[in-house]
Design a binder for this molecule. Structure first.
Ligand code: GRF
Length: 186
């Protein structure tokens, strides 16, 4: 059973889906830490409301990434975190955390990697008139969206789909695939 830290900066729908799967016992894990760099994000507010152990930091208050990651690492150690789950965390994980958590950090990306890496992956597929896209869960390494792939699920893009139709379909897949994948890593 994994003892998870969720890292999120955004709306937190993936975080919530994981939390829900644990509650419904389809995922055997616990969330012992929630980390965010955005105190006003929906995800951080949700984590507080859910009564989780929340650690919020402001990257601008530190000299560099190493300084704030050393603090995060202390929290991860304190809580005996076995798996870091990035769920819309908008910072790149640096060497400090990567070195200690090699192959124990996973990320969800809204495309079939290696296609459409980086930001706005859903819009990239849409603007490309792609006929399919999907969701990838991968280990985090020092590159951006380059780590070994753990699981993928494809979505067909109906030519009539608007960008928000694709977003809806992507999120539907994300919300089930992330928990299933974490369960397999237990
Ligand atoms: C998801 O689309 C995920 O693939 C990407 O960031 C988004 C986070 O959404 N990495 P949410 O904050 O979980 O709703």
């Amino acid at each position: 059973m994994n003892n998870i830290a969720i890292f999120a900066s955004g709306t937190g729908s993936n975080f919530l889906a994981i939390h829900q799967a644990i509650k419904e016992k389809t995922l055997n894990a616990s969330i012992s830490l929630f980390v965010s760099d955005k105190p006003n994000s929906v995800s951080a507010k949700m984590a507080l409301e859910l009564g989780l152990n929340v650690y919020i930091f402001n990257s601008k208050s530190y000299k560099n990434k190493k300084e704030y990651e050393v603090e995060i690492l202390q929290k991860l150690r304190q809580e005996n975190i076995t798996l870091i789950v990035l769920a819309g965390y908008m910072k790149i994980i640096g060497k400090t955390i990567l070195d200690e958590y090699e192959r124990r950090i996973i990320n969800i990306h809204p495309s079939l990697l290696p296609l459409y890496k980086g930001k706005d992956a859903i819009a990239q597929a849409y603007n490309d008139n792609a006929l399919k896209t999907g969701v990838t869960i991968h280990y985090v390494d020092k590159g951006i969206d380059t780590g070994d792939i753990i699981s993928q699920e494809e979505i067909k893009i109906d030519p009539e789909y608007s960008l928000s139709d694709i977003e809806r379909e992507i999120h539907k897949v994300e919300h089930s695939l992330y928990s299933k994948t974490i369960q397999k890593l237990s």
